[in-house]
Design a protein around this ligand. Sequence first.
Ligand SMILES: [Zn+2]
Length: 294
Amino acid sequence: MIVMLVNGITYMHEHTTIDLSEVKKTEDCQLDVFSETVKEYKKLYEKGVRNIVDVTNFGMGRNIPFVQKVAEESGINIIFSTGFYQDEFYPIQVFRETREQLAERMIEEIKKGIKGTEARADIIGEIGTSYNKWTDTERKVFEAVVIAHKETNKPITTHTSIGTLGHEQVAFFKERKVDLNKVVIGHVDLTSDADYILQMLRDGVYVEFDTIGKESYMPDRIRAEILKKIQDAGYIDRVFLSMDITRKSHLEYRDGLGYSFLLDSFIPLLNSYGVTDESIEKMLVKNPLTFMND
Ligand SMILES: [Zn+2]
């Protein structure tokens, strides 16, 4: 067994540092505040968080030494990723290169290291589709990811835009005979449709409720209602939780919710909707361990 995660709580979809400020046209999307991040990660550590899966990849402003230093100072094990995000954010190379060349880039980051560092990627993603649209280049990226996955057996984490095209992503991996135990479909909590999510779970993938606290996109009480339905249907062992913090204004120092919100506020809300402690333990601790360690 290869151990990627240590025993404890895992946030499965975060960005320790990320820079989407050029495309988004706001400095708020340049999340690069070292001491504030360390402070919040230390608080998470005190609450039992031991792993953060950082899904920042090629062209999203990766800064490996920054993340390594945050890990060192906070004590949290941070997992690195490789891949290409989504059409709107692709650097020019993604349009120019072939699927084989893109696969080669990912394989190198998994086997050798990222941007000349020793840090190796242990997950492929987040790789995305656009809102109700799967562009040709996004399709090429997904094909490249299948090549890299088959070569390395690393798990795959996806981005859906407001939860759309989740079923199409699952079908894509199924057709290419990717082991669905190694695939998690991201941002499904933004669909607000329990049946839509349950269909994916029946197909055999993992799903991520990874935008906890983003009330402007989806109220948390809807997330709680759907998670209760997933628990009742017997699929809670295929769900992860996270917050997908990407802006300075998401952090506590800027009066945002901060990373602790998931544990301090969302978990009690889940309890009040009838989600059991056992289910919560699965989503926070057991499921990520099963998915990442093989
Ligand atoms: Zn993300």
